[in-house]
Ligand binder design. Sequence first.
Ligand code: ZN
Ligand code: ZN
Length: 440
Amino acid sequence: MGSFGEMHANLVTRSDEVSIEKECNRSAIEFAVKDLLLGLGEDINREGIRKTPFRVAKAFSEGTRGYRQNVKDIIEGALFPESGLDTNKNGHGGGVGGLVIVRDIDLYSYCESCLLPFQIKCHIGYVPSSQRVVGLSKLPRVAEAFAKRLQEPQRLADEICSSLHQEIRPEGVAIILQCTHIPFPRDSNHKGWVKILVSSGLGVFENKNDEIWSDLFSLLKFRGIDKDKVGVLKCWCPSSKIEASDYSPIMVNAVSSIIKSLGEDPRRKELVETPSRFLKWLMNFQCVSNIDVEMNGYGDSFCNTNGEVKIYSEVSIPFWSQCEHHLLPFYGVVHIGYFLLERCDPVGKSLLQSIVHFYGFKLQVQERLTKQIAETVSQLVGGNVIVVVEASHTCMISRGIEKFGSNTATIAVLGSFSTDLEARTKFLESIPSATSFEGN
Ligand SMILES: [Zn+2]
Ligand SMILES: [Zn+2]
């Protein structure tokens, strides 16, 4: 059954981890994703997106496997006696000072507010008691079991904390999470990635002013974590700041059906608005027939006569796009360089921005986006164009490459830029070292 592509995809599924009973309802998700693609005006048989429902369902299933995991099973058998811990002596952990920290655990979760993935750097501290310690590799696994669900940062921290406290029964547990959420177009409240630092503590960590928290933060300080920045950000998800429109009931139902298939209750208070918040994101990427970008008559003004040419550039134009293979966001900046006669006016920044947005706001792949921007600008300036797109892809998660913050650069070179190394180098060196668009 199935084409070679499907067979290949099945082969690479980690079958040892995803057994039949641990699957969510993937076929229901596939149907829902088809409805969403149709709602975007896409041809669901188009080569690039034919397998998208399959890929999205697979990613959702793996990304929410925490619903089908039991913390007791993870911890059981990993508690070891440690005779050094004498509960009758003073000090935390009964005499040995005892604070154990596992730092920099990279995790990914789905924002329950908008259904997009968010990145987490998790730090766990605990003080053993009852003469037993837990195998350290179990701590990240417990954290992951809660991260692989629809979540919100504070609840995630609280859930990891209370479950470790219950299963290990230590003197205390503390969780610190650094969470990062992709920005939304038209959200003026956030510039770049939305970041929040949350913490949760039980036992000797119950009181946030206790000295043991200072010990913990001291050990995390050189990781850029500042105790004073721990906060509760109301509505951290940028989707809540943008007004909803009327969305097609078929699409709303499709998103509800995905939520239900993952094992969640779409009527849960925090999830009631999630379908329309997800659509606030998704509807930015509706299929628009290839109308020409509003050129404002610019094409006429490009001079085709002889004269001195000069390199012009516009760097760091932000864009949003949606990977057509995984239906997940990628986000970053575009840098455009071109040759133009010295006495001609350079292309206005707003025109370049609208070209970038026109090609960004659709289901895309980064390589095609780069090429389309280059070709369109080329028509304006007479053919000599270089375009660099730098982006972070949230879909790296669904491909099992769990490096949310890693980014991809693509380059398109047209006309004299392809032969003129000096011009290419001059332009590439003018690109600022990118940090603003990165998730990290
Ligand atoms: Zn969100
Ligand atoms: Zn992708």
